[in-house]
Write a protein that binds this ligand. Structure first.
Ligand SMILES: [Cu+2]
Length: 388
């Protein structure tokens, strides 16, 4: 819903380069990860595993409402929902071009890897990056989108060639190669996982971090480049990196995706038969592009998480965005513990990551939604199911 302040629309640098399919012929510019000496101050793992990920930024057509109806009411979209989801001569509707992180099996970027989430319910989120304290993470990133992008991690240890953020940090040369990977380009990011990247004294067996593009942080993330990362305590991970004392992990991004600030907004506007005369000053048009979504879905569209009664469930919830991105994820039917306290609502501010543990005891189909009224009206709701 209206933010009370019209969202700005950026015009510069809109790229319309079509996504390039990665083929063997493109492999030369990726090659093997660059060998690099690690400085003495790096808290390098001793005996830990190296966990390799191959992640591309890929252009997709993303539909926030693929079911075509309000799954929360079970009814067709009403007039309010149509504000956001109904296409028209001067409205984009529910499908937008986005640039998303997607995991691949190797540096040829030809075969998709599993998402790393048990239900594969990540939606627009990138694959789950996992490690245990003592490990190191190597991410080979390939940019297939039409604008420069990067992979900036939270929490783990990185040196200046693996931070993924351009700013006046006194570095130069190779230490800048990670800042803005150009369209068609690649970079290998190397992150160590020292104790300070793992659970603290009041955490459980794993903590959540996020990663996102930070070349043009605002437009990169509104375009879709975000993903979750899970770090377990030393000795508390299964071989796949999931925490040993958790049966089921769920990842949820609460976000007012401001498509007015995506790299692709001009391309979308150009498709309209009767585009707004001045989109940047058209408040109703701008409102129609604020997608109040959970993992990139509105009004309960998208896959439903299914849990079993009694299993140990860990929810990882996060948000990015701006001042409207204060979200209060609320679980109906079951409670969680978060930060050592019992609750059924947790609080997120922009850039927040929160872990909440649940042991469901109440079978049924339950609402899971943001408790901010404005966001409820605009579709930031979904459901989860608990089966006996
Ligand atoms: Cu909210």
């Amino acid at each position: 819903m209206s933010t009370g302040r019209r969202a700005g629309i950026c015009r510069r640098g809109i790229c319309v380069v079509a996504a390039t399919l990665v083929a063997a012929g493109c492999a030369a510019d990726r090659g093997a990860p660059r060998a690099r000496a690690v400085s003495d101050r790096s808290p390098i793992a001793v005996g830990g595993r190296t966990r390799r990920y191959f992640i591309a930024a890929v252009e997709v057509q993303w539909n926030y409402a693929p079911d075509g109806k309000n799954e929360i009411t079970g009814e067709p979209f009403d007039e309010v929902a149509d504000t956001y989801v109904k296409p028209g001569p001067d409205r984009i509707g529910s499908t937008y071009t986005k640039c998303l992180y997607r995991g691949y099996t190797d540096a040829t970027f030809t075969h998709r890897a599993p998402s790393g989430a048990p239900d594969d319910n990540l939606g627009i989120l990138g694959p789950v990056i996992r490690a245990e304290v003592g490990d190191r993470i190597v991410v080979t990133f390939h940019n297939e989108c039409g604008f420069p992008a990067s992979v900036h991690p939270h929490g783990v240890f990185y040196e200046k060639d693996s931070e993924g953020a351009p700013y006046n940090d006194g570095t130069s040369g190779e230490d800048k190669a990670d800042d803005a990977v150009p369209p068609g380009g690649s970079h290998v990011y190397r992150w160590n996982v020292p104790e300070r990247a793992g659970p603290g004294p009041h955490d459980g067996s794993s903590v959540m971090w996020m990663y996102h593009s930070h070349t043009d942080e605002v437009r990169d993330t509104y375009s879709g480049l975000m993903g979750p990362m899970v770090i377990t305590a030393r000795g508390r991970a299964r071989p796949d990196g999931s925490p040993v004392d958790v049966d089921h992990e769920v990842f949820e991004l609460f976000s007012v995706m401001n498509e007015n600030n995506s790299f692709y907004v001009d391309r979308e506007i150009a498709k309209l038969p009767n585009p707004p005369a001045d989109p940047a000053d058209d408040d109703e048009f701008n409102e129609s592009n604020l997608m109040h979504s959970i993992n990139g879905y509105v009004y309960g569209n998208g896959p439903m998480v299914t849990l079993r009664e009694g299993e140990r469930v860990r929810w990882y919830v996060m948000t990015l965005g701006t001042e409207v991105d204060l979200h209060t994820p609320h679980w109906h039917g079951n409670t969680v513990t978060a930060m050592g306290m019992r609750t059924d609502v947790v609080q997120l501010l922009p850039g927040s990551m929160m872990v909440a543990d649940m042991q469901p005891d109440d079978p049924g189909i339950w609402l899971f939604h943001c408790h901010v009224n404005d966001h409820i009206i605009a579709g930031m709701l979904t459901r989860y199911r608990v089966i006996p």
